[in-house]
Design a binder for this molecule. Sequence first.
Ligand code: HEM
Length: 416
Amino acid sequence: MSKSAHDYNLTNPEIMENPYEFYAAIHRDNARLVEVPGVGYWVGRMDDIKELAKNTQVYSNSYFDEGGPVPTGVSGEPLEDDVKEIFNKGPEVVNALWTADPPIHTTHRKLVNKAFTASWVKSMEPVIEEIADELISNFINNGKADFMQQYAVYLPMIVIAEALGMDRKDAELFKVWSDDILTGNLDVLDHEGRLRVAQSFIDANNHFKGILEERRINPKSDLISALANASVNGRSLMNKEALPIIDTLMLAGNETTTNLIGNALRILVEDEIIREALEADKSMITPFLDEVMRFDGPVQCLYRIVTKDTEFAGQKILKGTKIMLGWGSAGHDPDHFDNPQDFVLGRSNAYKHIGFGFGAHLCVGLGLARTEARIAVNVFLNRLKNVRFSDDIDLTHVPTFATRGYKTLNFDFNSR
Ligand code: HEM
């Protein structure tokens, strides 16, 4: 007899490495609510996820209390005094945008939408192309590269760092802050991890406070100037709101897109038929990326916190419980996608995945992410041929269940 969905423990490294058997079990057993020990409950069916994502009053994004964001991991352990001390030294922050609920979320979202326009994304296309080209030029004569660390990591990092007013030379520092704050939002941390994340959080906020204040006086054409100066009905963002929004843009704009590029390149390199199809018809890159998002998306789940005792799928859920909305398992829901375990280039409804979320918090950066990934794949195909796994290829994933991406992707290639 096959395992039931309830027999899987998502915090087990083997299941994190390949959660797709767990997702298949969820759908096979119609397991609407599955406990993830020490964290909360996983909701994995597409219809259920959409229903809960719409109910922002009960399934809230305000993970933090009035003190605002304190990214210290998802285990709910009390904070040590030395960690609190670090947070207290940083600029004031409140729950904003991603960690706020309507109606305050609605106001923040309107302000951010004013900065994050389709025309700004369009204006970034030549910059993204130039960065992708430059990154490939750095290693094209070697015949071999780690496409995670030398390509997929750098492209979104440089784009969002510059959009937020940082110099390209500081992009590495930016990446450290971003990785630390992301892990503080998504993973289970020990004391040492909490200390590190707290320090990165206040360092980043101190840095961006300076840029925000400077851009209010001397605006440029970057995203941070647009955010600093956006206003709706005479209301603009205060520093304590803008800072956590910038933090979210930094971390949401980085590793996610990196992993979309990495997950896409693995499939491309492994499957010659798909690669040849894209080489022959570049307009297939966009539907290809939709299928990557459905099949093996970079964000497998995000959290909601239950605001009052409630009931779901016939089960009582107590106030304060964490619910994980499993965007990744929704992509494998057979009620929505035929033979979901198969990667199908040109699947007619692949774009209906919810890998960018659903409802009020639908990803602000999805246009930018799609553009970056499309250009990354396009430049890769244009400049390289005969790309294949290197002998030392290691397809191990970073061990977390919330995001999904490779540590390294070593490929050999010839230049065109
Ligand atoms: C492939 C890349 C990306 C994926 C898979 C992704 C995924 C997601 C998901 C699932 C959410 C929903 C959050 C929730 O419901 O709690 C979200 C929200 C968000 N994303 Fe993305 N994202 C990507 C790229 C980006 C980029 C490039 C940016 C910006 C530079 C960005 C900025 C945001 C922000 C600010 C939110 C919060 C929106 C709100 O609360 O209203 N994301 N993203």
